[in-house]
Design a protein around this ligand. Structure first.
Ligand SMILES: O=P(O)(O)OC[C@H]1C[C@H](OP(=O)(O)OP(=O)(O)O)[C@H](O)[C@@H]1O
Length: 274
């Protein structure tokens, strides 16, 4: 369809935002808008400048016959800090503290506007880590995993607590979740991962880190590698954690009697590169 430049720019922006981490050729846009590649190239320059000035992300150019442009979602630091302040304020409501040092977050995990921003923050850190798959443990980590995976344009695999007849042959391991101090089981269908896959592990909450460690150990059974670990909230207690090199957006600190708590910034910005 032949469009004037302003309409092309709007449609092109929408298309790129809906196809993160995917190479889109100039020929595709040239055909889509019945416009010369030189015009498309100028359009993409305008979109690129706007993405970067607005902190929406980056537009990478890939040369060669199979080249084109690729939209890389990226949240600029000011926006990330502002969002963490908002999230921290929400999670600091006094009635959120649960027995056992947990935090009630189910409402946040069910709110797409929050989940999408958290996904974008995590994807901003791992956009150039060659992630093949995002992995999480049922249940509360699932929305976070999908939000990050959609921004990274990779699939999600979900670790289950028990064998499901609907998932074919499976690999299972036992682990100790520091939270419960009980031996628990992790199960993943054998066909979930190919050897050598680079996996980003995501969860909503980390206490002792046993769940994250279990998922990292499960990957060894598939000859896959941990390319990153990210949690929304970690606890300040239960140090040292059972895993290292994980990213947390927020940190929960409690008084001795576990009656009062504060939400602090996690270690996110140690991993964040402008
Ligand atoms: O760091 P750890 O000491 O291992 O604890 C973190 C676990 C515990 C909690 O899961 P649960 O609330 O037990 O399970 P679900 O996500 O299904 O609600 C959380 O979602 C992490 O997966």
């Amino acid at each position: 369809m032949k469009l004037k430049r302003s309409s092309r720019l709007i449609d092109m922006t929408g298309y790129l935002l809906q196809h993160p981490h995917q190479i889109v050729s100039l020929s595709y846009f040239s055909d889509r808008y019945a416009s010369a590649k030189s015009s498309i190239s100028e359009d993409l320059g305008i979109v690129k400048d706007n993405f970067e000035s607005q902190g929406i992300g980056r537009l990478e150019t890939i040369a060669g016959a199979s080249g084109g442009v690729k939209y890389i979602p990226f949240m600029k630091r000011d926006d990330a800090e502002a969002f963490l302040r908002l999230l921290s304020e929400q999670l600091s409501q006094s009635d959120r503290l649960l027995p056992g040092g947990y935090l009630y977050m189910t409402d946040i995990l069910g709110q797409p506007s929050y989940i999408n921003e958290i996904g974008r923050m995590i994807a901003s850190v791992y956009s150039n880590h060659s992630i093949d798959v995002v992995m999480t443990m049922e249940t509360k980590g699932i929305p976070l995993a999908f939000a990050a995976a959609s921004q990274l344009n990779v699939p999600v695999i979900i670790v289950r607590r028990s064998i499901k007849v609907t998932e074919g042959s499976t690999v299972s391991i036992n682990y100790v979740s520091g939270s419960s101090k009980r031996i628990q089981t992790m199960v993943l269908p054998r066909r979930s991962l190919t050897p050598g896959s680079r996996v980003l592990i995501i969860d909503d909450f980390m206490k002792a880190g046993g769940t994250m460690k279990g998922m990292a150990n499960l990957l060894k059974e598939f000859d896959a590698e941990v390319a990153g670990m990210a949690v929304l909230v970690e606890t300040k207690s239960e140090e040292p954690k059972l895993v290292d090199n994980y990213l947390s957006l927020l940190k929960l600190s409690m008084t001795e009697q576990e009656e009062q708590f504060i939400i602090e910034q996690g270690n996110y910005f140690q991993y964040y590169e402008c």
